[in-house]
Design a protein around this ligand. Structure first.
Ligand code: SF4
Length: 109
């Protein structure tokens, strides 16, 4: 499946320069935060997940942690050595929150 390379909402460009909002880093505004499809075996179709391709999201066991797409706006941290912003965080997050689904939706394949 192609086209799942970032969490930029459809139709929204995030190419303006900018920095973190209110001293926080939003993972959703980082180039390493990737949107990936996750097949739903029970119901068919797929659900959307996000992962950090810099390998920063880990469980205590060391296993990679994957989050549901609709929660991506909640992922914020104080600092990250791998953070690479994709534009003005405040504007990006505002647009993203408007575009995000409100639940863990299933999409047809
Ligand atoms: S590299 Fe850091 S800021 Fe970027 S998505 Fe991963 S944890 Fe978040």
């Amino acid at each position: 499946m192609e086209g799942f390379t970032s969490v930029v909402p459809t139709g929204i460009e995030a190419e303006t320069a900018g920095t973190e909002a209110q001293g926080k880093i939003f993972c959703a505004n980082c180039i390493h935060c990737k949107l990936v499809p996750s097949p739903d075996q029970a119901e068919g179709g797929y659900r959307l997940r996000v992962r950090c391709d810099a390998g920063k999201w880990l469980k205590k066991s060391g296993e990679e942690k994957i989050y549901k797409y609709f929660t991506v706006a909640r992922r914020s941290i104080e600092s990250c050595s791998s953070y690479e912003d994709m534009g003005d965080a405040a504007e990006f997050m505002k647009d993203l929150r408007k575009a995000l689904p409100t639940a863990d939706e299933i999409y047809p394949t």
